[in-house]
Ligand binder design. Structure first.
Ligand SMILES: C[S@@+](CC[C@H](N)C(=O)[O-])C[C@H]1O[C@@H](n2cnc3c(N)ncnc32)[C@H](O)[C@@H]1O
Length: 190
């Protein structure tokens, strides 16, 4: 039986922490987990291929909760590389945030400051504003569509309602407007 291979691509320190924690907990992955410790602003496709990734076989990509931590040009380059490395029938899941309206980003930064203060009170000293890149960028959903992906999109607001979950309260990060994006590559783009 074919063993599912999962390539986990993340920053070296995060990979090291996760791997050590899983080991300490005695947790064994049910798939063949291969770690790719690389910064996504660098040449991650080369690192992924070195780890054994075969671009001739369809893959399922998950880039969830990631794009806002990359500068705009690294986001475009990530989506370009995902497309280049995808055989027909590959799948993708990610999110697409609408570009900010005037005043949105100040509100988002205030919200992130509030979250940081909350965690600081629990001993976790991290400034969430410094993790994120702000400003205009290509919206991931339309960018992927232009790359040849056939997508389904739904706002987080509608996704919550469709699953009988309560709406997000005090949504100063505009999370409800984020699109959950999933789809497949059905035509040749190369
Ligand atoms: C909010 S978390 C999302 C986690 C992911 N959905 C998961 O289930 O593991 C953001 C992730 O993006 C990673 N990340 C942020 N910037 C990165 C970069 N430049 N290169 C590689 N990974 C990055 C972080 O280390 C973190 O694991």
């Amino acid at each position: 039986m074919a063993v599912d291979v999962v390539y986990e691509v993340d920053q070296p320190q995060v990979i090291e922490f996760k791997t050590r924690t899983l080991t300490e907990l005695g947790a064994a992955p049910s798939a063949d987990r291969r770690v790719v410790a690389v910064d996504l602003r660098d040449d991650w496709p080369a690192a992924l291929r070195t780890a054994g990734f075969d671009p001739a076989r369809p893959a399922a990509w998950s880039a969830e909760g990631l794009l806002g931590y990359l500068p705009p040009e690294a986001q475009d380059s990530l989506l370009d590389s995902i497309t280049e490395l995808s055989a027909l029938g590959s799948r993708v899941a990610t999110e697409s945030r609408p570009n900010p309206r005037p005043g949105d980003e100040d509100q988002t930064k205030e919200g992130l400051h509030r979250i940081s203060e909350h965690w600081r009170a629990h001993g976790f000293d991290l400034d969430h504003v410094r993790l994120r890149y702000f400003g205009e960028r290509n919206e991931a959903a339309s960018y992927l569509t232009d790359c040849g992906w056939t997508l389904n999109t739904i706002t987080v607001r509608d996704l919550l309602a469709a699953n009988d979950l309560p709406p997000i309260k005090d949504d100063d990060l505009r999370m409800a407007d984020v699109l959950f994006v999933s789809g497949a590559l059905n035509k040749t783009t190369k």
